[in-house]
Design a protein around this ligand. Structure first.
Ligand code: AMP
Length: 281
């Protein structure tokens, strides 16, 4: 596996790959890699001739400076994991390489980027679109792999791909979870053992809400989830939204969509750590 830090080196390498008619899979990440990321990389390796994994802690998508400062940085072990997964290139550029000038572009794809994470983390999806559009332009992937862990992110990126006409396929990949049910996340490393156990409660409640939803309204199901999670002393719901899984618009009745999804953000523990998850009804 090659570790590449410069855009020019990356482009030269991929130009020759493309000239041979080979397919390229791209897996964008922010590092601190775990089995969730590994599942995306393995899928890309299985489906493409060459797999590029970007490792870039993108400052423009962090609206909270403290969150960026304490985000784990583990480049060496990340590269070991990628090598084991069979990745071809780890692209790990510096902030100056990616943003030699401040990126002033504004992306807007409502309602996908305006609701939920878009409302509670202003500017977050703009930063995501800035970095992902740059990566798409530099790598020109055949396919790009994204985890359903960040359910809303996929909807926003799909809109951006449509808007800017990138000729590539977005491949959504299922959430990888701990045995406890907790969705794997780089931020889980910041939780104490007790907080980690508390965090597992989030997915349990989401699962309990599936049979509950069968004979209750959207509003009652919403209340059930919020109350059950907030009943735990270490957890506090920031928002829970039951939406159409494609448009991300709120629904009021189950009959409104054949793809109802509940999206949640919860603060866990003392620091506190912000965790997201979702469930399909
Ligand atoms: P991140 O490094 O958090 O930006 O994540 C990079 C990619 O890995 C994103 O597409 C995430 O959705 C995906 N990802 C992160 N955690 C998981 C997980 N537990 N299961 C599946 N995909 C994940």
């Amino acid at each position: 596996m090659k570790i590449v830090k410069n855009i020019s080196e990356l482009r030269a390498l991929l130009d020759s790959v493309r000239a041979e008619g080979k397919t390229i899979g791209l897996v964008p990440t922010m590092g601190a890699l775990h089995e969730g990321h590994a599942s995306l990389v393995r899928r890309s390796v299985a489906e493409n001739d060459v797999t590029v994994v970007s490792i870039f802690l993108n400052p423009t998508q962090f609206n909270d400076k403290r969150d960026l400062e304490r985000y784990p940085r583990t480049l060496e072990s990340d590269c070991n994991l990628l090598r084991d997964c069979g990745a071809t290139v780890a692209f790990a550029p510096s902030v100056d390489e990616v943003y030699p000038e401040p990126d002033t572009r504004q992306f807007s794809y409502p309602p996908t980027d305006a609701v939920m994470e878009g409302a509670f983390r202003p500017g977050h999806f703009n930063g995501v679109c800035q970095i992902v559009s740059k990566l798409f332009a530099w790598v020109e992937p055949t396919r790009a792999y994204f985890g359903e862990k960040d359910f809303q992110q996929i909807a926003v990126i799909r809109r951006m791909v449509e808007d800017l006409g990138f000729p590539l396929e977005i491949v959504p990949c299922p959430v990888v979870r701990e045995e406890s049910g907790l969705a794997l996340s780089s931020r889980n490393n910041l939780l104490s053992d007790t907080e980690r156990r508390a965090a597992a409660h989030i997915y349990h409640v989401l699962q309990w809400s599936i049979p509950f939803a069968k004979d209750h309204s959207v509003k009652q199901t919403h209340q059930f989830v919020v109350d059950c999670i907030n009943a735990h002393p270490a957890l506090e719901v920031e928002y829970y939204a039951i939406v159409d899984g494609k448009t991300l618009a709120d629904i009021n009745t189950w009959a409104e969509t054949d793809f109802p999804v509940g999206c949640i953000t919860v603060y866990c523990g003392q620091k506190p750590i912000r965790l997201i998850d979702h469930i399909r009804y």
